[in-house]
Ligand binder design. Structure first.
Ligand SMILES: Nc1ncnc2c1ncn2[C@@H]1O[C@H](COP(=O)(O)OP(=O)(O)OP(=O)(O)O)[C@@H](O)[C@H]1O
Ligand SMILES: [Mg+2]
Length: 264
């Protein structure tokens, strides 16, 4: 068990300090500091262009910060490449869906397992016994993940033929295949109908129940207010406010940023 898994050390699972990322003259993320406790659902909201996806890209390692630092389970992430962060327990979905469209739903999830394959690479070439066992293990676990996202009946359908909502759920299943301790989800409810949003809410709750910590970037306020433990509000790259859903909903600066309507 890690130093923080039982919460005894009181350290957050993720800590960012004064994070900064510029694109030319645009301060996409500016002096962003926050802690995400183990097991929390931490939402990030804000108007279009506020810097939410850039923040996810900094945590997942797509971008390096221009300044500031971030640590995960007490380990400095600043120079760790994205693929090592996945092995370390950080997984993500993308705002723009990225699936292998020609592959079946099942094979897309299996592709997500590659970071944890335990067999020697040569066995993939000669299809040794360990390869067969590993493939069976991956298939079984991938089917369980498809079941978790409500898609076991669609396992053999090419990803490109799935509905938009199904593709979003498949992205979630694929991210979960890496067994993340921290899951970053960027606008998972975009394009989902009301029933699909309800299903997503249940799944995020059961992930937390299973011990996964979640950072949720989302415009759907119903979802955010119902599922988040804490919410950080961003505007123009900066932190406008951070608090519980109830505190966010009555904060004057937040209400002003959303023109009063959407949050209430
Ligand atoms: N790769 C990039 N190159 C140049 N500018 C970028 C890049 N990525 C983001 N930006 C700019 O940085 C700012 C923050 O963008 P970001 O995508 O992080 O916002 P967001 O909060 O995710 O918005 P949305 O709600 O629309 O997804 C915007 O001004 C955007 O135009
Ligand atoms: Mg975005």
């Amino acid at each position: 068990m890690s130093a923080t898994a039982d919460g005894a050390a009181g350290e957050p699972l993720l800590r960012t300090q004064e994070l900064q990322k510029n694109f030319g003259g645009v301060k996409a993320v500016s002096e962003i500091s926050f802690d995400v406790p183990m097991g929390a659902i931490f939402a990030v909201i804000g108007p279009n262009g506020a810097g939410k996806s850039t923040l996810i890209n900094l945590i997942s390692g797509v971008y390096r910060p221009d300044a500031g630092s971030l640590s995960f389970d007490g380990v400095d992430l600043s120079t760790m490449p994205a693929h090592l962060r996945v092995r370390f327990g950080i997984a993500r979905t993308f705002q723009k869906i990225r699936l292998f469209r020609q592959l079946t739903a099942l094979d897309n999830v299996i592709a997500g397992f590659h970071v944890h394959h335990k067999i020697p690479a040569w066995q993939y070439l000669v299809h040794g016994a360990a390869f067969t066992a590993d493939r069976r293990r991956c298939r079984d676990q991938a089917m369980q993940l498809l079941e978790f996202v409500g898609m076991s009946g669609r396992a053999h359908v090419p990803a490109g033929s799935l509905s938009y909502g199904e593709q979003r759920m498949l992205e979630l299943a694929r991210a979960l295949a890496t067994k993340p301790r921290l899951l970053l989800i960027d606008e998972p409810a975009a394009g989902l109908n009301a029933a699909e949003v309800d299903g997503l809410l249940d799944r995020i709750r059961s992930l937390r129940h299973g011990g996964t910590t979640v950072i949720l970037v989302e415009h759907n306020m119903d979802l955010v207010m119902n599922v988040a433990d804490r919410i950080m509000v961003m505007e123009y790259g900066r932190r406008l406010f951070e608090g519980t859903p109830a505190e966010v909903q009555k904060n004057p600066a937040v209400i002003a940023a959303y023109l009063g309507g959407e949050l209430l």
